[in-house]
Design a protein around this ligand. Structure first.
Ligand code: ADP
Length: 372
C-alpha cells in the first residue's frame, strides 16, 4: 500500500487474519501505519524510481491516498504490476475537473459547474447559474475543505487562482445534509453496497457519521446505492469507492466528490457491518469474493477524535471504557495536533439518540474538551 496514514494502518489490520504480507511505502517512519507494519519502505511516492523499487516483488499495489501521479501508475502497470484502482479510474478521484466531466457524460447528477479562467469568468458563471455565492475548487490537491472556497463576489474570487492550478466553479447547493454511498467492487465486477450514511461536517472536516442515514426513504437510498454502483462500473473502479452526496430539498442526490480508497464515512463498518470497508477493500484488491456489507446493529455512529490538548490518554481510556463497555475506540498513533484527526470511536444500538450521545461523549472526552 502506498501512503502511511490511518487508512493504511486499518487496512493492514484487516489483512492480518488473512495472513497477507503487507508492504508499505511511507513518507516517514513515524507515520500512523509505518508504526505497525513490519515491512516499511520510507520514500517519496512522487518519485518514479522509488515507486518502482517499492513495487518490485508486490503482487498488487493499492493506496491510502489519491496523490500518486497518474503517469507513475501507468509506468507501474507497464512494468506488469497490477495497480488497483488503476490509473484510468483513479484520475477521477485525483482531478475534480476530470471527475465532473465524466459524471456529466454518464448522466450522474452533479451541481452545475465549469472550469473558470479568472475572477471575471467566475462572475460570468455566477450570472449563468443564478448569482453568487459560488463554490470554487482547485481541481487537484484539496482535502478536508482545503482547496475549497465559497466566494460572494468577483473581488472575493482572486485567491483560488494564486495556486496556479485549474479552478472549477460550482453552484452552491442548498443541501439538507450530506450523505455517502459506499460500495466495493472487485476486478471480476462483483460489487457490494453498504447502507447509505449521513455525514456531518464541522468546519469542513467530517465529525460524525450515522449509519444508516436517518429517515432516508427507501427510494432515495436505493437510488444513491445504484448511482455509486453505476459510477464504479463505468469508471472501472476496483476497491472501495466513496461517493459523497448532497441531499437536496426536493428529494434528490447530487454527487459532491469521489474517493477511491477506504474512507472516513466508512469507518463505522469496522464495528457496525458484517464485513468492514477495510476487509472488503483488501478482498477486492486481491480479487477475492467480497464479504457481506449489511449492518450488525440498527444504528451505528462514528465520531472522529480530533487532536486537542489532552495529555493523558490512559486516564481518558479509564473514563470512556468504564462509562460505556460497548464503546469501540480506534486511535491512529498520531502526534496530537489541534484539529487533526487522531482517532475515532464507534457506538451502536437500537436507540439513535443514545448511540449518538455515547459517541459524542467519548470523542469529546478523548479530545479533552470535556472532563466528566
Ligand atoms: P474536499 O476535497 O476538501 O473534501 P469537497 O469538494 O468535499 O472538498 O468540499 C468540502 C465541503 O465543502 C463539502 O463537504 C461541502 O460541505 C462543501 N461544498 C463543496 N462543494 C459544494 C457545493 N457545490 N455546494 C455547497 N457546498 C459545497
Amino acid at each position: 500500500m502506498v501512503g502511511g496514514g490511518q487508512l493504511a494502518r486499518m487496512t493492514h489490520e484487516a489483512g492480518i487474519p488473512l495472513g497477507i504480507k503487507f508492504k508499505l511505502l511511507s513518507d516517514t517512519p513515524q507515520d500512523s501505519a509505518a508504526q505497525v507494519v513490519s515491512e516499511v519502505v520510507v520514500g517519496d511516492y512522487r518519485d518514479l524510481d522509488t515507486l518502482r523499487a517499492f513495487a518490485r516483488g508486490c503482487d498488487v499495489i493499492t493506496f491510502d491516498h489519491e496523490h500518486v501521479p497518474t503517469e507513475h501508475l501507468r509506468a507501474l502497470e507497464a512494468d506488469g504490476i497490477p495497480v488497483r484502482p488503476g490509473p484510468d479510474a483513479l484520475v477521477h478521484a485525483q482531478d475534480k475537473g476530470v471527475m465532473r466531466a465524466k459524471l456529466t457524460e454518464i448522466g450522474a447528477p452533479c451541481p452545475r459547474h465549469r472550469i473558470v479562467e479568472d475572477p471575471a469568468d467566475v462572475a460570468a458563471f455566477a450570472e449563468e447559474t443564478g448569482g453568487f455565492p459560488v463554490v470554487l475548487k482547485t481541481v487537484r490537491g484539496g482535502y478536508d475543505g482545503k482547496g475549497v472556497w465559497v466566494v460572494r463576489s468577483e473581488a472575493d474570487a482572486a485567491e483560488p487562482f494564486r495556486a496556479g492550478v485549474a479552478v472549477l466553479a460550482e453552484e452552491k447547493v442548498d443541501f439538507v445534509r450530506e450523505l455517502a454511498a459506499n460500495i466495493v467492487r472487485s476486478p471480476h465486477g462483483q460489487a457490494v453496497a453498504y447502507p447509505v450514511v449521513e455525514s456531518i461536517q464541522v468546519d469542513g472536516v467530517c465529525d460524525t457519521v450515522i449509519a444508516p442515514a436517518p429517515e432516508l426513504g427507501e427510494r432515495l437510498a436505493g437510488e444513491a446505492q445504484q448511482l455509486a454502483l453505476r459510477i464504479a462500473s463505468e469508471l472501472g473502479v476496483v476497491g472501495h469507492l466513496a461517493v459523497e452526496l448532497f441531499e437536496t430539498r426536493d428529494g434528490r442526490v447530487l454527487v459532491n466528490e469521489l474517493a477511491m480508497r477506504p474512507h472516513n464515512s466508512g469507518h463505522w463498518t469496522q464495528d457496525g457491518a458484517i464485513t468492514s470497508q477495510f476487509a472488503n477493500h483488501v478482498r477486492a484488491v486481491l480479487d477475492l469474493p467480497l464479504g457481506d456489507p449489511r449492518p450488525r446493529a440498527t444504528w451505528t455512529v462514528m465520531s472522529n477524535v480530533l487532536g486537542g490538548d489532552f495529555p493523558d490518554m490512559y486516564q481518558a481510556y479509564l473514563h470512556c471504557m468504564a462509562r460505556d463497555p460497548q464503546l469501540k475506540i480506534h486511535m491512529y498513533g498520531k502526534d496530537v495536533k489541534p484539529g487533526r484527526k487522531v482517532g475515532h470511536v464507534n457506538t451502536y444500538g437500537d436507540d439513535l439518540a443514545d448511540v449518538r450521545e455515547r459517541a459524542r461523549h467519548a470523542a469529546d472526552y478523548l479530545r479533552g474538551t470535556i472532563t466528566e
